[in-house]
Design a protein around this ligand. Structure first.
Ligand SMILES: [Zn+2]
Length: 297
């Protein structure tokens, strides 16, 4: 736990649940890709780097989720470095209330914010201002969140954040968080073109076979979409009823936060289906129902 794993001459990662990328800018300074869950994680990161004689020059956040940006404040305050994130994500890191509101769908209940959706506020600068080394490339991975990005290091390692989940996660969690389904599907298709390159997803092992991971994530989204259509062919349902139907079908075990996240992702699927004309909605007795579209029947 907390090993600093060497991938290439200059690129490393911390082998923890949210992989933190480390790129050596010179013999003393590193750039971090994400900062981990919280101050405790960040403290351990700084300790390991310090033992190696390394200090943090700056942080690049791939996106705003707490497990990727929760260590920003501790690292920035302790080292005096700056954190940079893509547009929208920078604001959400700075105002985690807004992030939680976005997923919760209104002023967020405190029970929803125990571990995640609770980033300690930290001034975060626009990624376009980051002093990236020559050859470091940023590429869009929109879908999981509005403006998530990936990072390609000059020595050809691709950090792809939460764009893909591993097979175990898909099997267990099934309905993983996605903000925009259609954009996520486009991102997954594009990721397949990186096949053969060394890719580091945040929540599964590094791989040179990203096409496989991208495809199982595509298949999973399509399966959920088809299951939603199957449920709505049986009878119209509200978002909550449909979420419950899917959770039972997949045998998911969810706490309060998990159910909110899954409901938010089901809503994203429903919006994508509505925008493609496959489903429609109606309101009856103040309940908002989804039903199969006339063309889909
Ligand atoms: Zn995420």
């Amino acid at each position: 736990m907390f090993d600093l794993v060497k991938l290439t001459d200059k690129t490393y990662f911390f082998d923890i649940p949210t992989k933190i990328g480390v790129y050596k800018l010179d013999s003393k300074r590193v750039m971090l890709i994400d900062s981990g869950l919280n101050a405790k994680t960040a403290q351990r990161v700084l300790k390991v780097l310090d033992d190696e004689g390394l200090e943090v020059a700056f942080i690049v956040n791939t996106h705003s989720h707490t497990d990727h940006a929760g260590g920003n404040r501790y690292i920035c305050e302790t080292t005096g470095c700056k954190a940079y994130a893509p547009e929208v994500e920078d604001v959400l890191i700075e105002y985690s209330d807004v992030e939680a509101t976005l997923v919760y769908g209104g002023f967020p209940c405190r029970d929803f914010r125990k571990k995640f959706m609770n980033t300690e506020s930290c001034k975060t600068y626009r990624l376009s201002e980051a002093p990236l080394p020559e050859g470091m490339k940023i590429f869009p991975l929109y879908g999981h969140t509005a403006h998530m990005i990936g990072v390609k290091t000059p020595d050809d390692v691709y950090f792809v954040a939460d764009a893909v989940n591993g097979k175990n996660t898909l099997d267990k969690a099934k309905i993983c968080y996605v903000y925009d389904i259609d954009t996520q599907l486009d991102t997954l298709q594009k990721l397949k073109e990186l096949d053969g390159k060394l890719c580091v997803p945040a929540h599964t092992d590094p791989t040179e076979n990203i096409a496989y991971l991208a495809q199982i994530n595509i298949d999973n989204l399509i399966e959920i979409r088809n299951d939603i259509l199957g449920e709505l062919k049986i009878k119209p349902q509200t978002t909550e009823e449909l979420t419950a139907s899917l959770c039972k079908k997949y045998g998911l075990k969810l706490d309060f936060m998990g159910l909110v996240m899954v409901t938010s992702s089901v809503r994203s699927h429903l919006v994508a289906l509505r925008h493609s004309g496959k489903i429609e909605w109606y309101i009856e007795d103040y309940f908002h129902y989804w039903k199969i579209g006339e063309e889909t029947e």
